[in-house]
Design a protein around this ligand. Structure first.
Ligand code: DON
Length: 429
């Protein structure tokens, strides 16, 4: 059978191909000269499957798409407090290169605008790092997200550096407010190097998939940044990633995203897929015209909006019945699917609504494929209370879906690892 997703991607590219509106970035000569007709799109799933169509192997510079990743590196290297002290998380509603700092503190409003990104760059690596160490830390970190060693496009770097008056002005403003404590020129140079890192559309989809996969690169298996950092970064991408088009994007597309002035665009759909597109002509916000159209289409075709309300949890309790009689009677709650708060609450309700006359109760997790931490704690609390009420509780868990099944504080559970609840031992006669 022909692969379905590349066919779908090729069809989507065909539909936007004729749109030649927009301009390549005019303020960086090397980008203004770029070939404007490239068009590519790639998906990488959280388990590392890669799909693509069009110009997915053409290299271009990452530009502002580096910002969420470098923000992630700064948060990992210096911790949340040190970074939040210097860069806010509020949408600016302004252009990416606006010289806008919070009044009073001089803090950039968020790390997606240039002011915040230059500051985030200064917060990578060790506190006593020199400029070259920070650049190496950033290139090494971006490479870990991509799963291959990335390099700098020296001619784009030189071209942007020669026209960096605005970013330099921003850096000096930041320095005057002590938001930057590093040298303004050297930090701007480092930031421009960061923006000049070369990537392909496939690299970008892999980087986005690493965010979608809680910070673990799906192919290399490396945990690039900790999970709480990823949550912070995705939240800021959602509210600020598309600059003064962020509100439109959040409602129309609804995927945490980031654009770059070389024409790249990424979206990271948590727990599912990393998306990237490449088309160099930009709209007035500095976002790729055809990239935006493609992402709108992907979101609506495939229900990718993160506010799409997920299926109700009513199917968590697959069956609830009693087998056997007398002292051997066993009440079985057979659970299924992925269980989060709402699913665990269904289980709680089944157990709390009426007392169980049987002394033995089994939770059968054979058909459960995932249990998040809150669901785990809620189920263990049910187990604990059932024990305190005099029940003997079993957990049928052949694949260890429930890590560390200790209900604590007077609770007790016997874990059985056979294929289903039939393995719960009868009471000896
Ligand atoms: O600092 C700049 O202006 C560029 N190196 C990056 C700007 C950018 O990519 C804005 N995004 N759409």
């Amino acid at each position: 059978m022909r692969p379905i997703i590349p066919d779908y991607l090729a069809e989507a590219l065909g539909d936007v191909e004729a749109d030649t509106s927009g301009e390549t970035a005019g303020y960086i000569p090397e980008l203004a000269r770029a070939h404007p007709d490239f068009l590519g799109a790639a998906f990488v799933t959280v388990d590392g499957e890669t799909y693509g169509a069009g110009d997915t192997d053409v290299e271009f510079t990452i530009q502002s798409i580096s910002k969420p990743f470098v923000y992630a590196l700064a948060l990992s290297d210096r911790g949340f407090d040190a970074v939040l002290d210097k860069v806010g998380v509020e949408p600016s509603g302004e252009a990416f290169n606006e010289i806008s700092l919070e009044s009073g503190t001089g803090r950039p409003l968020n790390p997606m605008i240039n002011a915040g990104a230059i500051t985030a760059h200064s917060l990578t690596g060790a506190e006593d790092a020199i400029a070259a160490d920070r650049v190496e830390r950033v290139i090494h970190g971006l490479s870990a997200f991509a799963g291959r060693r990335l390099t700098v496009d020296e001619s784009v770097y030189a071209s942007e550096r020669a026209h960096a008056h605005r970013n330099l002005a921003i850096a000096h403003m930041l320095r005057s407010h002590d938001i930057l404590t590093t040298d303004a020129q050297a930090t701007t140079d480092g930031y421009i190097r960061q923006c000049s890192v070369r990537v392909t559309t496939t690299d970008l989809a892999m980087m986005a998939a690493t965010l979608a996969n809680r910070g673990r690169n799906p192919l290399s298996g490396e945990q690039v940044v900790p999970e709480p950092v990823v949550r912070q970064v995705l939240s800021v991408m959602f509210s600020c990633g598309m600059y003064d088009a962020a509100g439109d994007w959040a409602t129309q597309v609804g995927i945490p995203a980031k654009s770059g002035v070389a024409g790249g665009l990424i979206g990271a759909l948590p727990g599912q897929v990393g998306i990237a597109t490449f088309s160099p002509r930009l709209d007035a916000h500095g976002n790729s015209v055809r990239g935006v159209s493609l992402c709108e289409r992907f979101s609506s075709d495939m229900g990718m909006h993160v506010m799409e309300v997920s299926a109700p949890a009513r199917a968590t309790v697959r069956s609830h019945h009693v087998v056997g009689v007398g002292p051997n009677a066993l009440r079985i709650l057979q659970l299924q699917g992925g269980i989060g708060f709402a699913g665990a609450e269904k289980v709680l309700r089944e157990c709390v609504d009426a007392p169980f006359p049987e002394s033995r109760v089994a939770f059968d997790l054979t058909r459960v494929h995932s249990l998040d931490d809150v669901a785990r704690r809620m189920l263990l609390e049910v187990v604990r209370r059932l024990t305190l009420d005099g029940h003997e509780v079993f957990l049928v868990d052949p694949e260890t879906i429930m890590p560390d099944p200790d209900p604590g504080d007077g609770g007790r559970v016997t874990v059985v690892t056979g294929a289903d609840h039939a393995v719960v031992p009868p009471i000896a006669p």
